[in-house]
Design a protein around this ligand. Structure first.
Ligand code: SF4
Length: 300
């Protein structure tokens, strides 16, 4: 079950890559800019700004879940939508106001799309990245896709929050060239409050991956009120330096490009509506990482 397939990406591993986004995540990070990735089920996104006031298409086809309101926008009862409704609604809207997110696509079809860009991968050292959501949640499909890409001679990468059982990770490891691993915090209370997850589990997976010498890039999203402060940065960098033995750490300053999607899904947005704009903090992160022997890479 995927929610996107993005070609020509340059932010998710080396070179030019195709990124396959798996739908379904084990965390519910307040700041997540892909809220449509959380649920493993299909969903609809509704953008009221694009909806045509005279149109009745979707409400007529799914009257038990969609109705026009007095203010002209649609009320969508997401919990009343069925699998049959998603089939009906996919591609129905003439103005792109209503889109079905999530599609089960077989591996042959995914690989057929991925291999279209082989010349770009070969020229740039790129390849395939599996992202999400959490790719390891669909462990069998994740490993199978990596194995096919590897057999085709492509560089392979996975982006993971690592809030998964080790048995979900292990089958992919023989086919994986690079793991882009999130290290959001090391404080259990704060991690749980902001993501719903268990940081001990994530840190155990990171240690185990490190012991097995899996090639990893550690990525730290810097989120206001969560970890965008000197104490948090120190504790995260210390863990990476002391326990993972990595040489590099990537900081990803918070942005708000996905906020609109929360309204489109009928979900509340619980993080800051302002992007992180603190050059001093980024400079501090860079210098502290350097003092611990790590090169800090700032990602836009
Ligand atoms: S089909 Fe699209 S344009 Fe028509 S009512 Fe539904 S959301 Fe609006």
């Amino acid at each position: 079950m995927l929610f996107n397939l993005q070609r020509y990406s340059t932010h998710d591993g080396p070179g030019i890559r195709t990124v396959v986004f798996f739908k379904g995540c084990t965390l519910a990070c307040r700041w997540c800019q892909n809220p449509e990735s959380r649920s493993p089920q299909r969903q609809v996104l509704y953008d009221a700004r694009l909806c045509l006031s005279a149109c009745t298409l979707c409400a007529e086809r799914c009257p038990h879940a969609i109705a026009r309101q007095e203010d002209g926008t649609l009320a969508i009862e997401h919990e009343n939508l069925t699998e049959a409704d998603y089939d009906i609604l996919r591609g129905l809207c003439p103005s792109d106001a209503l889109n079905v997110c999530g599609e089960a696509i077989d591996l042959d079809a995914i690989m057929e799309q991925v291999l279209r860009d082989r010349p770009y991968y070969e020229r740039t050292g790129g390849g395939l990245t599996l992202s999400g959501g959490e790719p390891f949640l669909q462990a069998g499909n994740c490993a199978a896709l990596l194995a096919r890409a590897q057999a085709a001679g492509l560089h392979t990468a996975v982006e993971s929050c690592l809030q998964v059982r080790w048995s979900n990770i292990e089958p992919s490891l023989p086919h994986l060239d690079l793991l882009l691993a999130d290290l959001k915090h090391v404080d259990a209370k704060r991690f749980h409050a902001w993501t719903g997850g268990s940081v001990g589990h994530v840190l155990d997976n990171l240690r185990r991956l490190s012991r097995q010498r899996v090639a990893m890039t550690i990525r730290v999203p810097l989120i206001p009120d969560f970890n965008a402060d000197a104490d948090s940065i120190r504790s995260i960098v210390d863990f990476a330096a002391d326990e993972l033995g990595v040489k590099e750490i990537h900081f990803l300053p918070y942005h708000t490009l996905g906020v609109q999607k929360y309204a489109q899904l009928g979900m509340p947005y619980l993080a800051s509506r302002q992007a992180l704009d603190t050059p001093e903090l980024l400079a501090y992160a860079e210098s502290y990482a350097s003092s611990r022997g790590l090169a800090a890479i700032l990602r836009g």
